[in-house]
Design a protein around this ligand. Structure first.
Ligand SMILES: C[S@@+](CC[C@H](N)C(=O)[O-])C[C@H]1O[C@@H](n2cnc3c(N)ncnc32)[C@H](O)[C@@H]1O
Length: 446
């Protein structure tokens, strides 16, 4: 039996358990308590708010059994065992006000409480079961009804138990999975194994006022990007155009279309495109959104380019302009796709370049950096592939998105893709020249 004023935790005997035995968590503990007249329950409760026991499924105030004649007009107030072992543990002010409700030495007691699996939190259970050297198993992400772990090798022996505990302790979780690979495959999805619960990977999540449904085992989804999605979508409004080259299941594209922007969204993964298409009616979107299942480079050449040119023609002939955005969220390699843009429109009527109405696309290109100078590194990645100096990219700006691993940052490089670059009027510099020549001399507009 445990003594009072201690950190309470499950019995030592559960350490190293690999098959969950819920009964092994039963134990008796002594909880410091106050026996006080029922008539003051409301006021005493208020006074004891911060001092009460806080354990899952344990009430702070208990009734005595009906056949307990001695206490039939009293209640038992359970105190936090980590803070109290006697009345002296109350500060003077609190004790003085409690004394007005009959608290004295006689009212202080220890109550024997039967603890069960239900009374321990998931953290307490896992900390008690797993060897001390295994840490961080409490860190999992929730995607709809799916909890997903990235367990290290030393925790694998306990994977089924971990899955079952998380399932038991989180009412919205119905499926617990573990990622099997790092996210380095083409479609950026995870291979995963089921640890506990239903074998159902079709998740439904809400983000930025939209609903997304997808098979989490087949597509990319990262809830940590919600703020980033929202930040970019905030730029878009009715009349603006979005080319989303690596669209996934549509976390930029769907909310943008919901704001009545015109959206052309592409992804190489057919499962992503299928989900994105289903997410259109799911969000009651009526405006123009078209989905493509192409390689990004192919999409830029065969869809983005002709669409952009026809928009320019419309802008020129109607003397109207509207903002155009290009989003490239494939941080590992998106920058490499920028090489398609220089001179992409070199065969297009030059009057479209000269027109003041034709809009220059604003690019949000994501990348990773492991450099100590992440901003400079991100700018360099982009200017190197485009073959232009920084001065050729109006509005060039780098924003930190998130830390993805120790010493690895995700960044968003923002810039205006000028018509001069698209029409091939800024001369690309060779590697040799780029390294040797001062940046200020590299821009040549013909
Ligand atoms: C990091 S995810 C981003 C998805 C989505 N934009 C988001 O923010 O959640 C990158 C996406 O690029 C897609 N992808 C990978 N290679 C591609 C390529 N060569 N062309 C087009 N899409 C590609 C993947 O299938 C994946 O859905």
């Amino acid at each position: 039996m445990m003594t009072a004023k201690t950190v309470i935790c499950p019995p030592d005997s559960v350490k190293g358990m690999t098959v969950l035995n819920r009964d092994a968590f039963n134990m008796k503990i002594l909880i410091p308590s106050l026996i006080l007249p029922s008539e003051n329950t409301y006021n005493i409760r208020k006074k004891l708010k911060k001092s009460q026991v806080k354990l899952p499924n344990v009430k702070g105030v208990l009734d005595f059994p009906v056949d307990d004649e001695k206490h039939k007009t009293h209640k038992l107030f359970l105190l936090d065992p980590c803070r109290f072992s006697s009345l002296k543990d109350f500060d003077d002010h609190d004790l003085e006000s409690l004394q007005r409700y009959g608290v004295d030495l006689k009212s202080f007691n220890f109550h024997e409480l039967e603890m069960k699996y239900e009374n321990w939190s998931a953290n307490e259970i896992l900390r008690a079961v797993l060897p001390d050297e295994i840490d961080n198993v409490s860190g999992f992400s929730i995607i709809g009804h799916i909890a997903h772990f990235n367990l290290k090798a030393d925790a694998m022996k306990y994977k089924s138990l971990i899955g079952q505990v998380v399932l038991d302790k989180n009412s919205t979780v119905k499926t617990v999975v573990n990622k099997l690979n790092t996210i380095d495959n083409e479609f950026r999805n995870f291979e995963m194994e089921l640890l506990a619960g239903e074998n159902n990977f079709i998740a439904q999540v809400k983000e930025n006022g939209c609903t997304f449904e997808f098979d989490f085992s087949k597509v990319y989804w990262n809830s940590r990007l919600a703020t980033e999605h929202q930040r970019v979508v905030a730029f878009l409004s009715e009349g603006s155009v979005l080319y989303d080259i690596f669209a996934g299941v549509g976390p930029f594209a769907i909310p943008a279309a919901k704001k009545n922007a015109t959206v052309l969204a592409n992804d190489l993964n057919p499962n992503s495109v299928e989900s994105m298409k289903k997410n259109i009616p799911l969000n009651k979107i009526k405006s123009s959104i078209t989905c493509y299942n192409l390689d990004g480079r192919n999409f830029i050449k065969t869809i983005l380019k002709p669409d952009l040119v026809s928009r320019w023609e419309h802008q020129k002939y109607t003397d109207t302009s509207s903002p155009i955005y290009i989003v490239m969220n494939l941080p590992a390699i998106a920058v490499q796709f920028l090489d398609v843009f220089p001179a992409l429109c070199s065969d297009v009527d030059n009057s479209l370049r000269m027109s003041k109405w034709t809009s220059e696309p604003i690019v949000f290109c994501y990348c990773f950096s492991k450099s100590e100078a992440v901003t400079e590194d991100a700018k360099h990645q982009v200017t190197k592939v485009l073959g232009v100096p920084e001065e050729a990219l109006p509005g060039l700006n780098v924003r930190h998105v998130r830390n993805v691993a120790p010493n690895k940052e995700m960044l968003c490089v923002n810039f205006t893709l000028s018509k001069d670059i698209l029409f091939g009027k800024v001369t690309r510099k060779s590697e040799h020249e780029e390294n040797d020549e001062p940046e200020s001399k590299r821009l040549k507009t013909s």
